[in-house]
Ligand binder design. Structure first.
Ligand SMILES: Cc1cc2nc3c(=O)[nH]c(=O)nc-3n(C[C@H](O)[C@H](O)[C@H](O)COP(=O)(O)OP(=O)(O)OC[C@H]3O[C@@H](n4cnc5c(N)ncnc54)[C@H](O)[C@@H]3O)c2cc1C
Ligand SMILES: NC(=O)c1ccc[n+]([C@@H]2O[C@H](COP(=O)([O-])OP(=O)(O)OC[C@H]3O[C@@H](n4cnc5c(N)ncnc54)[C@H](O)[C@@H]3O)[C@@H](O)[C@H]2O)c1
Length: 458
């Protein structure tokens, strides 16, 4: 079969793939974008956008339930239909990517629906169902395959009709009861949403604490919140057996305890199949989950990789950031290189759990003279005024040798927004003395940063 000559092939049109493909097409290159599912990837159809619409609804319910403590009486009767409708109609157009395909084609790009496989240097073969097309890419290929839900090999789990984020994003109804396996960002966000809509929810995390990648203080804070909302949290224990009978899941834990629920949501991480992607053809290791890239996102000769597959933080903003760098490199424009010192992450629970830069443990692993300080949101003026729903804290991590922040974590209402100024401080390496000399508006939540900065100096 004769190969079609093009400039660039982008395999996987997730947020980063779409971005890099559009930038290169707008610059006049002949770009082929390939996706076997939906242009836009996981984020708009099954992840960020639908889950944040759920969070918006769940948070509105929680605020309404706080009214009696603050301002009168309310009767809250949750209804999932507006959320399900909004996800179907506004977010995903019934999981149809026609407008995303059009948006890409309007840039001058060419879209091919099918499964792409690297079959040689700068060569991608796309299985389009009936037939195959082979593309030879003069400038090279960009790999943005993203991730799939990773399903643990638990006895009896397969074929039970459990949910991953993909089924949960399409839910028309709330299960009466729910077991969530995995206490990472996906697990905690869904657990709180479904619980606030009325599911009797249990959350099971194999590691000793929820959100185990973050600071211990933030795990403790969000665990207290979820527990106070009557979510049963089991940490340090994994599921060993699952059964599904008569519309009921039974989940047996390592501890011997058994949980029962109408639905089971598996949120135990993500996986990538690099062997299927054919990366060995360009000399890359296909036995691992991630593709190693340099600071220009180069993985091999005329091969760039971006997004979750690079293992630098599975976030839409990371994927799009890397896309910008790869596009500039492909266009030989020079410019910025990847810098993850101030990489932010926000888990959209209520309160939000936000983090940027290094945790205390990571700072010590990097050999830094880490100094830390914590300030509690409820003891700040705004936290005290806010009253119900005011749980949280701010933790700062400084490099004691250079007197700059290297990490920060925030658990607070709008914690992701508070994170903004801390991200700037880390990104721009603003000296602690400069930060301490600032005025912090009274009575904001971000003003709780001030006592933590003071405590860092003592
Ligand atoms: C429930 C959930 C909530 C999330 N919430 C947030 C959030 O609030 N904020 C945030 O920043 N991040 C969030 N994320 C993470 C975010 O969804 C991802 O980081 C984001 O989608 C970026 O991924 P990506 O660009 O690497 O690719 P993906 O979005 O995974 O897209 C990859 C694309 O590649 C395609 N593909 C794969 N292999 C092939 C192949 N061989 N041939 C053709 N096509 C292929 C797939 O079909 C897919 O469309 C969330 C994730 C989940 C699961
Ligand atoms: N708001 C956001 O930005 C957001 C939201 C959701 C997801 N994400 C991204 O998506 C990625 C995937 O999230 P995730 O939560 O699925 O994965 P994760 O890897 O972050 O967390 C999965 C959790 O499941 C636990 N686990 C694994 N096997 C288990 C088992 N058998 N029983 C119980 N627990 C088990 C792990 O210890 C881990 O804590 C994350 O890396 C995150 O970056 C981001």
């Amino acid at each position: 079969m004769a190969a079609e000559e093009v400039d660039i092939v982008v395999v996987g049109m997730g947020p980063g793939g779409e971005e890099v493909a559009a930038r290169l097409a707008r610059a006049g290159l002949h770009v082929v974008g390939v996706d076997r599912r939906l242009v836009g990837g996981e984020c708009p159809y099954f992840a960020c956008v639908p889950t944040k619409m759920m969070v918006r609804g769940a948070d509105a319910l929680a605020e309404a339930r706080r009214v009696p403590e603050l301002a009168g009486t309310t009767e809250v009767r949750p209804d999932w239909a507006p959320i399900a409708d909004r996800i179907r109609e506004e977010a995903t157009t019934d999981w149809d990517d026609a407008s995303a395909v059009r948006r890409f084609e309007d840039t001058g790009g060419h879209f091919v629906r099918g499964t792409g496989r690297v079959t040689g240097p700068a060569e991608v073969t796309v299985a389009t169902g009936e037939s195959e097309r082979v593309f030879q890419a003069r400038r090279g290929i960009v790999l943005n395959p993203g991730t799939e839900p990773a399903i643990p090999p638990i006895d009896g789990l397969e074929g039970t009709g459990f949910w991953t984020n993909r089924e949960a994003a399409q839910a028309r109804e709330i299960p009466r009861s729910l077991v969530v396996l995995g206490g990472g960002p996906v697990g905690v966000e869904f657990a709180q949403v479904f619980s606030r809509f009325g599911s009797d929810t249990a959350l099971v995390e194999a590691a000793p604490r929820l959100l185990p990648g973050g600071e211990p203080e933030t795990s403790e804070s969000i665990t207290d919140v979820l527990t106070s909302e009557e979510i049963t949290v089991h940490t340090g224990v994994a599921a060993r057996r699952v059964r599904h009978h008569d519309g009921q899941f039974t989940v047996e834990l390592d501890s011997g305890m058994t949980l029962s629920a109408e639905q089971l949501l598996v949120a135990t991480g993500r996986r990538t199949d690099l062997a299927e992607l054919g990366v060995k053809q360009v000399g890359l290791d296909d036995s691992v989950n991630t593709i190693e890239v340099d600071k220009w996102m180069r993985a091999a000769d005329r091969v760039w990789a971006i997004g979750d597959v690079t293992g630098r933080g599975a976030f839409t903003h990371t994927s799009v950031y890397q896309a910008r760098i790869a596009a500039a490199d492909i266009l030989e424009q020079g410019g910025e290189t990847a810098d993850y010192r101030a990489a932010p992450a926000v888990t959209f629970t209520d309160p939000e759990v936000a983090a940027v830069g290094l945790t205390e443990a990571q700072a010590r692993e990097h050999g830094l003279a880490a100094r830390t300080a914590v300030s509690e949101i409820p003891s700040s003026a705004r936290g005290w005024i806010h009253k119900t729903g005011n749980a949280g804290l701010i933790k700062l991590v400084a490099d004691g040798d250079r007197d700059v922040l290297v990490g920060a974590s925030v658990v607070a209402p709008a914690g992701g927004e508070i994170l903004g100024m801390l991200a700037v401080a880390i990104h721009a390496e603003v000296p602690l003395s400069q930060l301490r000399s600032m005025m912090f508006a009274y009575p904001t939540f971000h003003r709780a940063i001030e006592p933590a900065l003071e405590a860092l100096s003592s």
